[in-house]
Design a protein around this ligand. Structure first.
Ligand code: PLP
Length: 464
């Protein structure tokens, strides 16, 4: 039995609140889980359940819940100046301070930032900047942006078009013209359609998968391609960690044809992979980086695009760029971001992920590979994923209607763990401040959920 407060809230929720990416009939029948507070890596719901947040909210609460420095930065800025815009030759102190700090912590080619309030908006901004860049350069025909299937770049019209989610494209006539997709570097998925590739090594597959970019460039016409966009590690697509050979080869191909490289760092930025930005782990030198989520640890919305000197030198030498948001450089959001980054620096958090908690998570999480359901359990910094297989010995995947991800996710919740399901993959991205003991707890709860899932599947005769 749920308590009366939960019941009342669930009723109002389903009567009035349209949720993102949600089947409302399903939600109304089950009732939402209502989260009320958080501390460290844990959240609590209206039923009093304590839940280990293995997803950092939605890949963003990197510093964990209850960080008073961030709260104080927001309170202070709200008191002094809650809002002023950056249009009409005006500026605000926190936006300036953050811009300088970002120039310091990002790779050397980045010295400028354009602010928005989300990852989606930032990719919209970049799409327009890329096209404007080529216009000014006198190559107006360079309009096409190449992206990847199963990539995620947000949910606005441009973001969803750049992304490679068929479920999103099917609704709303997407992608918009000028955006094309190549296959993702996910070996297990690609081999389903191309069994002849099954004997390739990881590294060989990485080079092959990057080669699809070159094929597409030649198909579109090398003089018509403006840019390539990708996430260093695909997040929403199911934590797809590409082979080490993939990104250097992508960089080589972008350089060869002079096309701009956009690294969507909305998840991988701000320490997630054990470097400040994912491109540093992957060995690329992008012309743009999209950021959001971790920049403020999700305490307040903020996003932006880092723009390289190569682009700034062209873009801002030709009059106005007719683009901007009311909340570009929002002083409260920027003040929280400054406090967030300074706290990360004070705790030396990026190095801790790289040298301490990241390796610790790797050893703990990858031990799940011995489970009868699990293959490919793999981490990169503080992000991890695994795939569940119906018959491990024969590498047989589950059918979609086995619903294995949803079953496992349900058991995770019941055991007090948030782990996300993407098809038959289970993924985590815990707060970067997680301790060794909490990592042990996370993996212990994940194993319990996998055991319970296995038992369910056996009872239904889906596995033997
Ligand atoms: C979440 C995400 C986005 C979209 O960010 P929003 O703030 O939800 O608009 C874009 N790119 C990546 C890689 C993301 O994970």
């Amino acid at each position: 039995m749920i308590n009366t407060k939960t019941a009342a809230l669930q009723k109002l929720d389903s009567a009035h609140y349209l949720h993102p990416f949600t089947d409302h009939k399903d939600l109304a029948s089950k009732g939402a889980r209502i989260i009320t507070r958080g501390e460290g890596v844990y959240v609590w719901d209206t039923e009093g359940n304590k839940i280990l947040d293995g997803m950092s909210g939605l890949w963003c609460v990197n510093m964990g819940y209850g960080q008073t420095e961030l709260v104080e930065a927001a309170t202070q800025q709200m008191t002094v100046l809650p809002f002023y815009n950056s249009f009409f030759n005006t500026s605000v102190e926190p936006a300036i301070e953050l811009a300088a700090l970002l120039a310091e912590i990002t790779p050397p080619q980045f010295n400028h930032v354009f602010y928005s309030s989300s990852g989606s908006e930032s990719n919209d901004t970049i799409l327009r900047m890329v096209r404007r860049y080529w216009d000014i350069k006198g190559e107006k025909q360079r309009k096409t942006i190449i992206s990847r299937k199963n990539g995620y770049h947000g949910s606005t019209v441009a973001g969803a078009s750049l992304g490679g989610m068929t479920g999103m494209h099917e609704q709303g006539d997407l992608p918009i013209p000028g955006i094309v997709h190549i296959e993702q570097p996910y070996f297990r998925e690609v081999v389903k359609d191309h069994p002849e590739l099954k004997d390739l090594s990881e590294d060989e597959f990485g080079v092959l998968a990057a080669g699809w970019l070159e094929e597409k460039i030649l198909e579109v016409g090398a003089d018509k391609v403006a840019a390539f966009i990708g996430e260093p590690v695909q997040g929403a697509g199911g934590v797809i960690i590409p082979p080490k050979t993939y990104w250097p080869e992508i960089q080589r191909i972008c350089d060869k044809y002079g096309i701009l490289l956009i690294s969507d760092e909305v998840i991988c930025g701000f320490g997630r992979l054990g470097t400040w930005f994912g491109c540093e782990t992957m060995g690329t030198k992008p012309d743009f980086m999209t950021f959001a989520k971790g920049v403020t640890s999700g305490y307040i919305p903020l996003g932006g695009a880092m723009v390289s000197d190569r682009v700034v030198d062209v873009l801002y030498q030709d009059g106005d760029f007719n683009h901007g948001y009311t909340y570009s450089g929002h002083p409260v959001a920027c003040a929280v971001a400054v406090a967030n980054i300074k706290l990360m620096q004070k705790l030396d958090l990026v190095n801790r992920v790289k040298n301490d908690t990241g390796p610790y998570l790797k050893q703990a999480f990858e031990s799940l590979n011995d489970h009868p359901l699990v293959a490919d359990a793999k981490t990169e910094g503080m992000v991890a994923g695994l795939v569940m297989l119906k018959d491990k010995a024969n590498n047989t995947p589950f059918d979609d209607d086995d619903n294995v991800g949803m079953i496992c996710r349900g058991h995770c919740f019941d055991n007090g763990l948030v782990m996300r399901a993407v098809g038959d993959r289970m993924i985590i991205a815990p707060p970067l401040v997680i301790s060794h003991a909490e990592i042990d707890e996370l993996v212990r709860l994940a194993r319990l959920a996998l055991d319970a899932t296995w038992a369910d599947l056996k009872a239904k005769n889906i596995v033997q």
